[in-house]
Design a protein around this ligand. Structure first.
Ligand code: PNS
Length: 159
């Protein structure tokens, strides 16, 4: 069984992330979307909320699992019998960071491969941080996040 992991902060999931999830779910038997628990970085949503939002927008896909992890990604991969790390690439600036992480992960575990999937052109500009700024200042986020979670984001920013 080919199992891939799509790791990230997902604070919150965007249409760009969902596009990568839908496309890579077609390539693997199972795709685990794994939210990184980083106690040093307080996000807008807590880890449980991020997992819930991802579950909400992926329940049309039957080979997806949503989970969270801390520590090294390569250890999480081994624990979950996953062979491939999926990363989404938007721009050359993403490449440098992803290239470095892929090499570090390769150094830590030679059996694990990183595969980069190019963003769909319509989401090339999109990131969770730009989405949060737009939402915070009352801009329209309808094209940026899946419809099911627009209200969750608006509610969170009202608090
Ligand atoms: O969405 P992000 O914040 O770009 O995701 C980064 C993530 C979670 C993929 C990366 O920080 C990660 O893999 N963290 C786990 C710690 C680890 O394994 N580090 C070694 C690779 S540099």
């Amino acid at each position: 069984m080919r199992i891939a992991v799509y790791p990230g902060s997902f604070d919150p999931i965007t249409k760009g992330h969902l596009d990568i999830i839908e496309r890579s779910a077609k390539v693997f038997d199972k795709l685990i979307v794994a939210v990184l628990i980083n106690p040093d970085k307080k996000g807008l949503f807590n880890i449980e909320e991020r997992v819930e939002l991802i579950e909400k927008v992926t329940n049309h896909l039957d080979n997806i699992e949503v989970d969270s992890f801390n520590g090294l990604l390569v250890n999480y991969m081994v624990e979950n019998k996953a062979q491939v790390i999926i990363k989404g690439l938007r721009a050359v600036s993403d490449f440098e960071y992803e290239f470095q992480m892929a090499l570090v992960n390769k150094k830590l575990n030679q059996d694990i491969e990183t595969l980069c999937m190019m963003t769909s052109a319509k989401y090339a500009y999109l990131s969770s941080s730009s989405l949060k700024q737009v939402a915070m200042f009352g801009g329209c986020i309808n094209d940026l996040v899946p419809e099911e979670i627009i209200d969750d984001i608006k509610m969170k920013l009202k608090k």
